[in-house]
Write a protein that binds this ligand. Structure first.
Ligand SMILES: [Zn+2]
Length: 457
């Protein structure tokens, strides 16, 4: 009888254990050595010194043997070849299917560049020995972070809150009365000027705490939409405001907690207040966001997690078209662009035109991915610098109560403006690879995947 009871008890325990939602998190230092080509601007910068370290931060989630992995890199973004190499390494070393892995970049402008297969590679010298050596090391470092996170898998309690950071981020495209073209990052404004679009003040906080009575915070996924460009275009390495933000959240809420920041749809969102000209420092930005998390902390609501549902689709978009005249002009400028600075917007346009011409027979493919972990919580990955309007459209129409979005995820097709922005031109539009409507297509696919993840196990 006793044996029988014991057996029953063990079976029940086993069964309970098998249905636990488990999470493990880890971070691995990915700070490059001096001399590594940096990204973020249309010029070569070899890194010289480190203000603060860069990390690959990973959250592994698991239930019933199904894993979902979120990796965020303190890099200017992700490139498809790098994502594929990292997924392969993760599959081989950790036994987790590559398509269950979401990898995004914070978009820090003071981190290493990755090769994009465009003239940017020549400008940034990313294919120099220092660049190649760094890029070659990344898949192994990312897989290592996943391996460490997976080894720490333990039952968790999950909760979510959406905080607000009002007045911190600004739409960097401005419309002036009587002028069709948007002004990009103006230094001064007239009283009639107005932002061309909104911002997204939401600060998403997804928290995983140990299931024990002490409920020790294990990991947090933080989400906000704003360009990390506060450090400047010097040669020193920095994770920018996401570095300060995540460090403060861990210091304040759990020193052993891995805080991971996924940047939202911030293609047209910066930290400069264009009305007053005020630019907050990296420390001020990170602190304001950590304060927003503090304010949201009491609102954290428990989430009933289920086995991760992962959906993804490869979307083929149409490349923009250019006239013979535009192509000739671009070739002309390109001839002296490695030695002369023509300014960001003309250089961005030239790089885009030449890449489009070179790749006219190569499909422009974008992976849209969704990870849902409960009836209330889903995370969407989009591969580019997505305009805030598109992110807001996904959040609004999503069947999930809380939808977090990671941009520059699983690769990048560059800027993705909303349709309305195209006739207004300027930086993001001239550098976009996809034609008008590409962003709306990504939104449509994201919503389809979200709906599927909501309704089908
Ligand atoms: Zn950007």
């Amino acid at each position: 009888m006793t044996n029988h009871l014991l057996l029953c008890f063990s079976l029940i325990t086993l069964q309970l254990h098998a249905v636990d939602f488990r999470v493990g998190a880890a971070r691995v230092d990915i700070t490059p050595k001096d001399g590594t080509p940096l990204g973020g601007y249309y010029k070569f910068r070899g890194s010289a010194g480190v203000l603060d370290p860069l990390y690959a931060k990973t959250i592994v989630m698991e239930k019933d043997g199904t894993h979902a992995v979120i990796v965020v890199l303190d890099l200017s973004g992700t490139v498809r070849a790098g994502v594929e190499a990292a997924r392969k390494a993760i599959q081989e070393q950790c036994g987790i299917e590559g398509d269950h892995v979401m990898i995004s970049g914070t978009h820090t402008h003071t981190g290493p560049q990755q090769p994009r297969g465009s003239m940017m590679d020549d400008i940034t010298k990313v294919n120099s020995p220092a660049g190649v050596s760094y890029i070659g090391s990344l898949p192994g470092l990312i897989a290592e972070s996943v391996k460490q996170a997976k080894a720490k898998l333990a039952p968790v309690k999950t909760s979510i809150a959406i905080g607000k950071a009002e007045g911190l981020s600004f739409n960097r495209r401005i419309l002036r009365e009587g002028q069709q073209e948007a002004i990009w990052q103006p230094r001064t404004l007239t009283p009639q000027d107005r932002p061309a679009g909104p911002v997204d003040p939401d600060v998403g906080v997804l928290l995983f705490q140990g299931a024990g009575t002490d409920a020790t915070p294990v990991a947090s996924l933080l989400n906000f939409a704003m360009h990390p460009t506060s450090v400047g275009s010097g040669p020193k390495i920095s994770a920018d405001y996401p570095g300060v933000f995540t460090k403060l959240v861990s210091e304040r809420h759990g020193t052993d907690m891995i805080s991971v920041f996924a940047n939202g749809c911030c293609g047209n969102i910066n930290h400069t207040d264009y009305v007053t000209g005020k630019r907050r420092t990296t420390l001020e930005l990170g602190t304001a966001l950590a304060d927003a998390v503090d304010a949201a902390w009491p609102d954290l609501k428990s989430v009933d997690t289920f086995k991760p549902r992962i959906r993804s689709e490869q979307v083929t978009l149409t490349r923009k078209k250019f006239t013979e005249g535009q192509i000739a002009k671009a070739k002309d400028m390109a001839a002296s662009m490695l030695t002369r600075n023509f300014g960001t917007v003309p250089m961005a346009e030239t790089v885009c035109i030449l890449e489009t011409v070179a790749k006219q027979d190569v499909p422009l493919v974008a992976e849209v991915q969704v990870i849902a972990i409960s009836d209330d919580v889903a995370i969407v990955a989009l591969p580019g610098e997505i305009f805030v309007e598109l992110g807001l459209a996904i959040k609004k129409a999503s069947p999930f109560k809380h939808t977090l979005i990671a941009e520059l995820a699983n690769g990048s097709i560059g800027y993705v403006p909303n349709r309305e922005a195209f006739p207004q031109g300027n930086y993001e539009v001239v550098s976009a690879r996809g034609e008008a409507g590409s962003g709306e297509k990504l939104v449509e696919v994201a919503l389809k995947l979200l709906k599927d993840a909501k309704t089908t196990k």
